[in-house]
Design a protein around this ligand. Sequence first.
Ligand SMILES: Cc1cc2nc3c(=O)[nH]c(=O)nc-3n(C[C@H](O)[C@H](O)[C@H](O)COP(=O)(O)OP(=O)(O)OC[C@H]3O[C@@H](n4cnc5c(N)ncnc54)[C@H](O)[C@@H]3O)c2cc1C
Length: 468
Amino acid sequence: MSTITEPAREIPVRATADVVVCGGGVSGVIAALAAARQGARAVLVEHHGFLGGVTTAALVNGIGGWQFDLDGAPLIGGIPLEVVGRIVAAGGGDVAQVENLATRRATPPDYRDGGLGCYWVQVNPEAAKWALDRLMEESGVRVLLHAQAVHPLLTAGRISGVLIESKSGREAITAPVVIDCTGDGDLAARAGAPFAIGREEDGACQPMTAIYVAGNAPRPHLWYRDEATDPEQDPLRRGRFRGAVADARERGTLTRNPNDLFCAATQIARRDERTSAVNFTRIQGRSAVDVADLTAAEIEGRQQVREAISFQRTYMPGCADAYVVQVAPHIGIRESRRILGDHVLTGAEVLAAAHFPDAIARGIYLLDIHNPKEVGKPSMLRMLDRPYSIPYRCLLPRGIEGLLVAGRCISGDATALASYRVQSHAMAIGQAAGTAAALAAQRGITPRALSTDLLRTTLRQAGANVGE
Ligand SMILES: Cc1cc2nc3c(=O)[nH]c(=O)nc-3n(C[C@H](O)[C@H](O)[C@H](O)COP(=O)(O)OP(=O)(O)OC[C@H]3O[C@@H](n4cnc5c(N)ncnc54)[C@H](O)[C@@H]3O)c2cc1C
């Protein structure tokens, strides 16, 4: 690609803060909230016109990965549980379910409970937007929507804020600590932090999914799991789905979607069994950090949705008049950059239930790898026997001071990412990042210099589970 040189120019300073959080998905919202609760002036910069990230923009409305720790305490407590509680209280889900998840178990947990070894809270994406707006307002976080964080302000490896682009033009926000919660690690990558993408052997990432809301379709008939994902599923039902896929493939009406193993449908509203967010499409071989690939993926996703709804109308009982209410405004990205930090959490550590002295969060979500390349081949699904810990060092990009990463883009290998990417875990990591950022800013030190004992004590005081 040829290049040009952009002329130097004066940039207005939109805000001066203690902590800037880039990206308002579940990790970013919670990071901003945690920083504000520690007394920091926090600014949250979000590309969309609403908060929630994948939960709202990609319509992934089953917030998963909740469990109980070995001692019966909630595996993920603190701000994540509070936030989910606020979403369900806003009419977005089952209040009693969240209360149960927040209540210590008297007996040791069974890590086969829930569904795929953990619990899922289904939320209404619009209720999530309202609740997150209210939470930001109450906590004094300054939110900028429709704003893109485009570049870190960086001098000799030390961050001092970010450049943003919006309808107001190019502006700066200065702050001693920046948290990259963009999912893709945009800011960390542009700061020069090393990163990895995809599987170790060939760089292939898990496929993307265009989730759509199907109306007038009874949810139970949309659900399908192959034996790899659900050994219990009724074989007759499984046979019927397989037969339908084979028939549609033969007739040339299901040509694009490589996935015939799994179709999930989660209700949008508790009392409406006929309107669900459907997770069925799979877009393989596209990069989430290349604009041409992203464009192609969005277009391909919509084409797959067209075929999917026609497939469901033809083959699924009670779905003859099903229709697409909406395709998610943003394609769902499962995997992109993993920013390499002071520690790289590995799949082996996750499986060994590793604990670290600088643990800031706990995880249990299974190793859930959707097939990156092949057609009709199972995903890798491996449930965990015991919870593992996530070290603070995974939030510290190598070689950069003043920067933290949180959510999906933290430092891990592709196998570990398959677990910690789930929303409840991304939220817990967000709480740790926001708390660390505020503590560091208040002390005039970099996040790397922060005492992890202080961080862990502060997190515990705020209800987070950081393990032993
Ligand atoms: C199809 C699919 C199905 C999934 N299923 C489940 C499930 O059932 N349950 C579950 O719990 N998890 C599921 N996950 C995983 C989970 O949803 C995500 O990994 C998690 O939500 C990531 O959260 P995050 O905060 O790291 O990133 P995101 O939610 O991606 O948030 C990033 C935010 O940053 C914004 N942003 C990006 N770049 C910039 C920028 N430069 N400037 C400003 N803003 C920016 C984006 O607009 C977005 O709001 C699924 C994911 C996908 C894609």
